[in-house]
Design a protein around this ligand. Structure first.
Ligand SMILES: [Ca+2]
Ligand SMILES: [Ca+2]
Length: 238
């Protein structure tokens, strides 16, 4: 490279930008060789662009591609959309947009919970074929041998191998976003003729917390916390 030659950095038209990467240094090492160093620590995605060297009417350019760090799974949230107490989805959050192919082998995904060595299988994948950072795995509900054991407090582990461009996902611990549901309600008549002394016991599928994750203070009377309906035997639907 000759003295007086200028070097310009240009972005390609794909929207990924080189110029947010800082030139660490640039300098001529021999009479016709310049070296330009980029610091890539700030690169969260792939970068591409070109460098053009120009002297007068003479110029040339070279394309540069910097491969960003691999995508990783940041969270896998459990869900119980129909509120029956059994997990029916996992919401996967990745560090940046990726693609979940629709032909991904669902059988290769392993979702387990230690209680009773429970395993879940995937029914379908929401958002497959699109590029996104959030995908939903719809699970087949697994009620196990004892259908009274509800799952809203479970934290399964997820292994999802072979997703292109994504760091291997192995034994990943899920987060709980399945809200508690009412598991049972029983009533005991303590004093005949004094029904206001009836004891009604409501059992939830897991401890109930407030929005900050603290124990709920049941300082409010039941009439504030619960809605009650009276069942009329003469009506078919109560
Ligand atoms: Ca469910
Ligand atoms: Ca829960």
């Amino acid at each position: 490279m000759q003295t007086g030659m200028t070097i310009r950095q240009q972005n390609t038209a794909d929207g990924r930008r080189l110029d947010d990467l800082r030139h660490a240094s640039a300098g001529r090492t021999r009479s016709n060789v310049y070296r330009i160093y980029y610091e890539t620590n700030s690169a969260e995605t792939d970068k591409s662009g070109s460098l053009t060297a120009q002297s007068g009417i003479l110029y040339d350019s070279v394309r540069i591609v910097i491969t960003g760090p691999p995508i990783s799974l940041t969270h896998a949230y459990t869900g119980d959309a129909d509120g029956n107490g059994f997990l029916d989805r996992l919401e996967l959050h990745f560090s940046r947009a990726t693609e979940f192919p629709c032909n991904f082998p669902k059988d290769s995904v392993i979702i387990t919970y230690s209680l009773g060595n429970s395993t879940f299988t995937i029914d379908s994948i929401n958002g497959c074929g699109d590029k996104d950072s959030i995908f939903l795995l719809f699970l087949k509900e697994e009620k196990g041998a004892d259908s009274t054991v509800m799952q809203t407090g479970w934290l399964p582990r997820l292994s999802l191998p072979g997703l292109a461009g994504v760091n291997p996902i192995s034994n990943f611990l899920c987060d709980d976003r399945a809200g508690p549901v009412i598991k049972s309600v029983t009533k005991k008549i303590n004093t005949t003729g004094a029904r206001d002394q009836d004891l009604v016991t409501v059992v939830f599928s897991e401890p109930v917390r407030d929005f900050d994750g603290r124990d709920v203070w049941l300082v409010n009377p039941p009439v504030v916390l619960f809605d009650l309906w009276t069942k009329i035997p003469s009506r078919a639907n109560g």
